[in-house]
Design a protein around this ligand. Sequence first.
Ligand SMILES: [Zn+2]
Length: 313
Amino acid sequence: MDIHKIIIPTPYPIGDVNAFLVKGDKLSLFDVGPKTEEALNALHKGVQEAGYKLEDIEQVVLTHHHPDHAGWVDAFPKAEIIGHEYNDHFLRRTPEFMAYRTNFYREQLQLQAVPEKYLEKIVESKDALKLYGNTPLTRYIEDGEEVPGHPGLKAIYTPGHAQSHLIFIEESTNEVIGGDLLLDKVAANPLVEPPTDLSSTRPKALIQQQESLMHLRELNVSKVYTGHGEEIVEVNELIHQRLEKDQMRLKQLLKQFDRPKTVLELTMGLYQAHYKTELGLTLSKTLGYLDCLVRDGLVEEKIVDGVLVFERN
Ligand SMILES: [Zn+2]
């Protein structure tokens, strides 16, 4: 793959994000950084280092809709903007979708026994929304499809961290542009997001993430160009470590069950040091592990007075 990495600063705790300029029959940029001045400067500089100008880019391809990856879609007015259909909800942000999204989270937080007063903080993260672009997709791409202008470079749907998440595999070299599916230093969070069908059913993000990682493992890829950090070459070894770590956390969570508990109670027990400052994130993780325990038949979930209660089998 003729690929050039561009490292872009972000204001988020994760740090820098990577974009990749790929030259095929078309010149395509995979991910575009958050919508900040610093990020735009980095994009300009990186594209120039590869011998091009921003106007030369013919396609922007998104790995997923999160603002650190999809912010600067606005900087390419003449380019095709390509990604999973779900991205569009966050690029268009229609009043209908935003209302649906708020309601979805309100329902979820009620089920998790989280007081209403935390809703806004968790749902809105208004600063984060500001760093999104406003240019909708011009073309959808789905699982199994080739990226236009790049014969042999195929999209694979890999939900978990985001419901829009795609990776792109180059079939001749078995290299992958991996978004946030597998990162070198950290496990990407299984964020709770509204489902792609916009129903009220919460996707089981950690189970999805594990299945996506197992799918990646089966592909026996040679290299992953990651959304953050360094490229990964010992891919299957790292996938093994990530899945093992989940198993360890499941065991820790099981120890919390001295009685039936709510998601909030379990989150407070599992993340004593962090739940206050990162409530949304830690709730997502706890829920992810709970979904696994329910899947494995170790824990049972019930709804009691409108709140989810988990109990050891
Ligand atoms: Zn990211």
